[in-house]
Each structure stands twice: as structure tokens, then as C-alpha cells.
Design a protein. Structure first.
Length: 159
């Protein structure tokens, strides 16, 4: 029997359509993106994460000559956040990615590994985390939960 899973997302047509806090997150993600350490892929990713206490934490991708030893922007940011603010809830994550020096307009979605990492903290805090992903230019995609990006997700309930 064929079944369907419904996922929800919103398309925000441009930066101008964002509200003030979203604009701040966009700007901070873009600023930190430009400082990514990505000499091997030249693909620069920035992440800005809003905490329930109003603080914004930022991070970017960190590559390594031994390629698998590098880490994505989202995990760099969320791991640091959990290490330093283990009991503070995360409200929103904003991700911007693009090749260095290219004014891309394609929204860059978080990779599968980062979705899984975000899911862990969403489950831990028992509250959904809104995900936004974008490029430096163009549309922004928003979901209310990482579960919209990760159907059939694996979590601790299976252990
Ligand atoms: N990258 C991220 O930082 N986040 C993602 O979700 C996708 C990929 C980084 C990893 C690597 O440094 C570069 O982009 C190319 O894959």
C-alpha cells in the first residue's frame, strides 16, 4: 500500500520579507559565512542560531586536509551552543551557503548529518526549532521543525 508523508515549508521571497529578528539572523549568518575556513571546497556556509534568552550564536564550516575531519557550519554552531548553554533552548537556526565569491540565489539546505544533529537537540529540549536556509541572494525556505526536513527520522525512541 502506498502512503504519503506530508512536509510543510514556507517560501519567503526575499530578504525584505523577513521580520527584524530574522533579518538580524540573516545578517549574522552572512557575516560569519564570509569567515568560514573552507580552502578545499571553497563552499562557504554560515549559521546563526537564536536562543530563548535572546542571544545569537554563530558559526561556520571548518575544513581539514584530512577531509572527513572537517565539520559543517550547523554542527560547529549547535555543538558549541550545547557545550556552553546546555539548558538554554534553541528557537531558530538560520543557514546561508554559497560558493566563495559567487552571488548564488539557490537556498542551500542543511546536509543530512546536520539535520540529524539538529533533531537530537530538538528532541532534548522538547520544543521545535525553526530552520531557515538561504543563499546570499534570493528566496529563503523556512520550516517549523527539522522533522520537515527529515521524514522517517531516527531518534532515541528506537533504542
Ligand atoms: N557544509 C556545511 O557547512 N553545511 C551543510 O549543511 C552542507 C555542507 C559544508 C561542508 C564543507 O565544508 C562544504 O560545505 C562543502 O560540502
Amino acid at each position: 500500500m502506498e502512503k504519503e508523508i506530508k512536509i510543510n515549508f514556507e517560501v519567503i521571497t526575499s530578504y525584505d520579507q523577513l521580520n527584524d529578528i530574522e533579518k538580524t539572523l540573516f545578517n549574522k549568518a552572512e557575516t560569519i559565512r564570509e569567515k568560514a575556513y573552507a580552502p578545499y571546497s571553497n563552499f562557504f556556509v554560515g549559521c546563526a542560531l537564536l536562543l530563548e534568552n535572546g542571544e545569537i550564536i554563530t558559526g561556520n564550516n571548518q575544513e581539514n586536509a584530512a577531509y572527513p575531519s572537517g565539520l559543517c557550519a550547523e554542527r560547529t554552531t549547535i555543538f558549541w551552543t550545547s557545550a556552553n548553554y546546555p539548558d538554554v533552548k534553541i528557537k531558530k537556526i538560520f543557514v546561508i551557503g554559497a560558493p566563495k565569491d559567487i552571488l548564488s540565489s539557490i537556498p542551500i539546505p542543511p546536509c543530512g548529518g546536520c539535520r540529524q544533529a539538529i533533531l537530537e537537540y530538538e528532541a532534548k529540549q522538547k520544543e521545535e526549532i525553526e530552520i531557515y536556509f538561504a543563499s546570499p541572494n534570493g528566496e529563503i525556505i523556512k520550516t517549523k521543525s527539522v522533522r520537515d526536513l527529515l521524514p522517517f527520522s531516527f531518534d532515541s525512541s528506537f533504542l
